[in-house]
Write a protein that binds this ligand. Sequence first.
Ligand code: HEC
Ligand code: HEC
Length: 546
Amino acid sequence: MRPEIGVPSDLADDPVRPCATGSLPGWIRAITLCAGFAIGNTARAAEFGFETLRNLVDTRGINSVEGLIEALPQDLRTHYALMFTSRSLQGANLANPRAILFGSDAEFIVTFNGDPAVRGYSAVETMQFDPRKNEFQFREIQFPVAKGASVVISEPNSARCLACHGQPARPIWDMPPSWPGAYGERYGAGLSPKETAGIREFLALQPVHARYRNLLGAAAFADRETYVSSAHAMYNGVRTISPNAQLSVLLTNLNYRMIMSEIASRPAFDAHRYALLAAAEGSCGPLPDYYPASVRAAIAVDLRAFKQSSAATERLQAAAIAARLAGAAGGYQQRIAVGGLDKLRFVVEHSLDLATRQWTLALEANTYDLSAPEGAHTLAQMLFEQVARTDEALRGLRADRSFSSDDRYCEHLRRHSVRALEAWYLANPLQLTPTDDGWHADRSRDAASAPLSTAARPELLDRCAGCHTGVVAPYIPFADPDALGKQLGHGNYRHGRLLDEILYRLAPEAGATSMPLGIAISEAQRHGLDEYFLGLARRADTQGDN
Ligand code: HEC
Ligand code: HEC
């Protein structure tokens, strides 16, 4: 049974406020939804969920994507993002984007596309957040292509969806400052020339397109004010939040609820709750101080190794994102910030024995990128709410913080943490290195000592080359770095360019289609391969081959 999750109270039942101004207290900066996306007095999306939709299909005999979109409530048809390229099962192009309808709370999402020539045209995809279980459910609704056939609704979270959405299933939505492929892909900037031309094409066909004509307020996608606050709006204290950023905030909050629920349901949670909170706060001094003296030195050693391996991951992540963006938006340069989550992830993986590589909303798991636009909760806030439920004194202490690591708040956390963990370590003396799916001391040592230089040629490459000769597997010049480098930035694969496809195939999310086919490789070997391909792509890029 999953425990109930304490959601910061002001946001608990009203996660999105229309056009709030700066008058709200403290960190509770509400999400404004002004930018041409006026909220009508319509039913909130939460009232319309998957079961309502299934009912509609049954009772009205809806048998086409068009019919379904038309029947959706106004709230869903008013709040949406548009993808002009998509790495999902639904293809897209500039004139026929994939529409992601998320309503005002993103607890129920519906997607569709509009060009019969692209993949996924006859399907509608849905995502439902279950607020009691704090879980996401993904389903696909296949509409009949031939007359007389019937509508097929998939089971929740079928293997087909989990291949990318992971286990436990979570949404995929890139992090600010960019959502590559979604109109308004650069956070805080207007449309690029390519996007402007694309949105014009789209708006020309939208009013008469059988599916898109059901979208409300689409014209706003051409307005700069949809993406960037005008001086006038700023003056009035209203900040624009683009549709992409809105979706980011909403999905981040739901994702954090799932994460919190997972954390809080671990047997070791109670004993570690103060240490977790201190780690999440990030301003409460060295983490080992939150453990009993007897294990402090051991924790410090493990924490150092953990940080080393995550530094390597961080570099990899930065490279992957930069590579993916290189082609998009005219070489738009972005600042890549990875939140200081090391300590929190360490306690979660090390002591709660829970993997964190699925925490990110990015398609590439293992990147630990949890950046979110202003307005999203933080894990520290969520944890605070959870811990404060049984320790009311915390509220006052946190409100009066001086933000030094020995203020009374941190002092309180330290004292309670050491006490709780003394009891825990007495009962569980060998909890220092968990060995299942979570973090392993071994693995991190591997990763830390793995050659990360881009020049190193991984041995495994011969295995790739051995299969990819054009007979067993499609020809890819794995044995010829120059030829490969030139190809990496090109192609139209399921997950983007050849580089994207390779990185995807190397990641655990690729499941049964992961590479090298049939060969189990270690985390360190995988990193080595990732780095090698990224290095080749970068080199080809700087040589102007791309
Ligand atoms: C090949 C990878 C892949 C597979 C498989 C996949 N998705 Fe997705 N999905 C994505 C990506 C990437 C996004 C982000 C938006 C985009 O690029 O279109 C996404 C977004 C979504 C969204 C919008 C909410 C969100 O997560 O941002 C829904 C709903 C969704 N997918 C449903 C499904 C369903 C249902 C299935 C199974 C039938 C499925 N997906 C299978 C890659 C995939
Ligand atoms: C045992 C044979 C085998 C080995 C080893 C192997 N592959 Fe593959 N690979 C395949 C087959 C078969 C396919 C086609 C089926 C599929 O797409 O899943 C494929 C598909 C791919 C694709 C998608 C190509 C496309 O046209 O969509 C990529 C990318 C890929 N492999 C990369 C790699 C990399 C990188 C390695 C080495 C780390 C590797 N493969 C090792 C057999 C292999």
